[in-house]
Design a protein around this ligand. Sequence first.
Ligand code: ZN
Length: 219
Amino acid sequence: MGKLAKLIENNQNWATQTTKANPDFFKELAAQQTPKYLWIGCSDSRVPANQITGLKPGEVFVHRNIANMVVHTDLNCLSVLQYAVDILKVEEIIVCGHYGCGGVHAAMHDQRNGLVDYWLRHVKDVRDKHLPMLDALKDDHQRRKRLVELNVMQQVFNLSRTNVLQDAWERGQKVGIHSWVYGLHNGLINDLNFRVRNHEHAKRRHAKALSDLDNSNET
Ligand code: ZN
């Protein structure tokens, strides 16, 4: 059996089992989606949003790109955000990075990979902005981990500065943003404790979260 034929067979088995467990599952989902969460994560094949959070189809709206970035000129990400907030009315937005992120590592070490270097320029900006904190860490492993965390927090901050969220908060819509990092080595999510619920405390909380990170004991 060819590789793709195996995938189609898997799909048929999955659809059969899902229907057996809940005969109305696909009928209900086809009618509408009402996800409460928007997930902005890395394209890395090892970090599947639904699987690691135990969410079923219909429960999370997903945008993924290399190194889980929120770039102010990225019409793709901004469109996903706008649709999720204005139309689907998601209640929580999660930016989830992951330790061992190839994109972040390439940015850290200025590795050349072609077109993707332009995209990773944004991660390098995060690196350059926090050079003193990164330089103070004792080894490269710690620095790469820290840059993954700093990058997630920067993307959460970027989200808080978008017109979409500023307008939503202005009209009283309740939507929060969270910074998480997933561990490839143990399958666990680390909540970085930087959450934003309105535009007033975004800057203050970002500064506090950064200083907490700087003061955290590395092992
Ligand atoms: Zn990654």
